[in-house]
Structures are given as C-alpha cells and as structure tokens.
Design a protein around this ligand. Sequence first.
Ligand code: NAD
Length: 290
Amino acid sequence: MKIGFIGLGNMGAPMAANLAKAGHEVTGFDIANTPPEGVHAADAVTGAAADMDVVITMLPNGAILQSVAADVIPAMTQGATFLDCSTVDVESARTVADMAAAAGLMAVDAPVSGGIGGAAAGTLTFMAGGSDAGFAAVSPLFDIMGQKAVHCGPSGNGQAAKICNNMILGVTMIGTCEAFALADKLGLDRQKMFDVVSTSSGYSWVMNAYCPAPGVGPQSPADNDYTPGFASELMLKDLRLSQQAAEASDADTPMGARATELYADFVEQEDGLGRDFSAMLPRFVSRRRR
Ligand code: NAD
C-alpha cells in the first residue's frame, strides 16, 4: 500500500518504520522530526496525503488532530482511509470521521496500548472505531504494527475503549501505591505483600506486571528510578479525557475524578512531571494522612 504517516514522534516513528520494513511505501511528515529509515520525507503535510491508500496520524491531542485533518482530508483520494492512532477525545474522533465521510473517505479511530516498546516491537493492541469496511481496509496494517486489534463499534468507540481502560489503569495504580505505602507503615515487607497480593484477589496488571515497588516483581520503571515507561503527564492527559467524556455523557465516575485530581497535583504541583506514573508510590510514602 501507499501510506502517509503524520506525526513521527516516540510512537509514530517506530510504527512507520515497521510498515516500511514490511514492504509498504511509506511517506512521512512531522513538524519537528525527520522520518526514520525506510520512510520517505514529505515537504508538506499534504505530501503525505495525496495519492495515498491510507493516511495514518499519531499526534499529541484532539485539537492538533482536527487541524491536521482539515489540511489532509481535502488532499486525499476518494475511497482512501484516514486512520488516526493518537489518543484523543471521543468528540474529536467523531468530528474527523464526519469530515472524512463528507469527502468520500473512510475513517477509523484506533488508539493503541503497549507504549514505546510495543510500537518498536510491533506488538501494539489497537482498539478501533469505524465501519466494517474501514476496519477491513486497515487490518493488514494492524497486523504489522500490532499483535491484536479489536473492532469496538462505530467511530469514536476506539477512543471510548482506550479512555475507559486507562481510567481503570490510573485508579488501579493509585490503589496499589497507597496499599504499598500502608503496608510500609504497618511493617509488612513489600516482597511479602507482592507474594500475597499477586496471587490473591487484589492482583492486577499493575501489581503483577508493572509493580510500583522497586526490586519487587518483574522488571518495571520502578527499577529504573521511575524513568518512563508511561509518564505521569500522559496518564493525566488520559484521565482528563475520561472525565471530559464522563461529563459529556453524564456518567458518574468518582474514582476516575479522584485519580485525575491526584495526578494533576502530582504533575503540576509536585515532582511528577517526566516521572513514570508508578512514582505515585514514593509520593504516598513521603506523605502523612490528611
Ligand atoms: P510525541 O510527542 O513523541 O509525538 C507526537 C509528534 O507529533 C511529534 O513528533 C510532533 O512534532 C508531531 N506533531 C505535532 N503537531 C504536528 C502537526 N501539526 N503536523 C505534524 N506533526 C505534528 O508523542 P507520542 O508519545 O508519539 O504519542 C503520540 C500519541 O500516542 C499521543 O496521542 C499519545 O497520547 C498516544 N500514546 C502514547 C503512548 C506512549 O507511551 N508514548 C502510548 C499510547 C498512546
């Protein structure tokens, strides 16, 4: 396929490189980064849109996505597919899908889980929203960039699945970290706590695969002085998207709301910026009951 790839950052660059390695003709554009090996450089954003079968975007937020889509969609060929893999608000995803449909294009929103490691290894999970035809058109690309793709329903439902997953993740991380901090105060050894909880009803992906306590469980960012991994500010972004969606749909999400407040304090008023989201553990340890 002829593929345009817009947004060649931490995630986009390795994803584009994997598509090129698999034999697709990939043309990339980014306002700051040059394309990785195997990917042609476009001079302007429309150079990664004209004559392409699929245009993929991997951008920071919904406002940027909407402005890029406004430039790119008119330059695309009828019948082509606009595939956004960024994490953005549900409304932006649906707005872009409507713009694409009005121009005779297919649109799929397919945010990812798996982080930078998954992008490099081609083992991402895609959660996709869009028509059956749109999903079918880009499925071969999901197979290259990832290990699993779930079609979650119409446009916007990929983003809905992503923010619900990450709201669970943020809440679970906080719960796990406050439990470790309580265990410390009670004189319970962290390794013993892990041994019990990882095979008891408190187990979770956070505890079992991404343990926030250094030296406990499999290798995780905690073992690397909380170098991300998944930075706290990205968790805050996703939690805010969950709260925006909850407000728009009148859903009651008190734990998501509290997790958003805690990550906002951590990132904006404490020392969380640039640290992995599991650095909530030393944060709780350093604090007293309020
Ligand atoms: P990044 O900041 O490294 O990359 C974004 C890229 O977009 C940058 O290179 C930037 O220059 C480019 N860009 C910005 N505006 C542009 C424009 N108008 N035209 C062209 N390029 C433009 O971010 P990232 O870590 O690659 O994340 C990208 C998306 O993936 C985000 O939505 C993020 O939430 C999501 N995501 C990230 C991770 C992760 O672990 N990093 C995991 C899952 C999902």
